[in-house]
Design a protein around this ligand. Sequence first.
Ligand code: V0V
Ligand code: CO
Length: 147
Amino acid sequence: MPAVALTRIDHVGVAVHNLDEAVERYRTTFGLIVVAIETNADQGVREAMLQIDASDAEAGPHSYVQLLEPLGPDTPVGKYLARRGEGVHHIGYAVPDVATAMRGLVAQGLRVLDERPRHGSLGASIAFVHPKDLNGVLTELVQAASG
Ligand code: V0V
Ligand code: CO
């Protein structure tokens, strides 16, 4: 039995300087559906979720590209852009239950950055794992909203 069972890739988070320009580029290039643009002050971002599997819009669960623009320089994405420039910021994996997954990772000695689940895009519950504990990849656990 693994410590945590991931079920799929929910989203890939991309740090961008200009959200509106990036949304247009990804939308027109790949035909993605922009399902939400939200400001998450807690996470210091304005972000867009672009649904990848556009041919079957009603069926779920879906995978997304999440485009992330920082609300300021002293935010996770703002610091990332200053240090590395635009690029892949994190990967969000779906889990059935984020609190259970967090406990499983803590029991393995990984640094879960959130003490309790936080509010994520599209009503999800999320938690982040330190990139240094997963080979340099900032990793997000995503429990999709039910219903
Ligand atoms: C920083 N580092 C990263 C990284 N950010 N490595 C890989 N991927 C990233 N995204 C590395 C950085 O290069 C340094 O390594 C080291 O970590 C410390 O960097 P720092 O700039 O001093 O950053 P810290 O320590 O202040 O913060 C880094 C962490 C922070 C990961 C702890 O960004 C954080 O708490 N992130 C979780 C929240 C978040 O990212 N929210 C935005 C997405 P070297 O150079 O020393 O080796 S919100 C979202 O996804 C939502 C709402 C959603 O999906 O619904
Ligand atoms: Co995310």
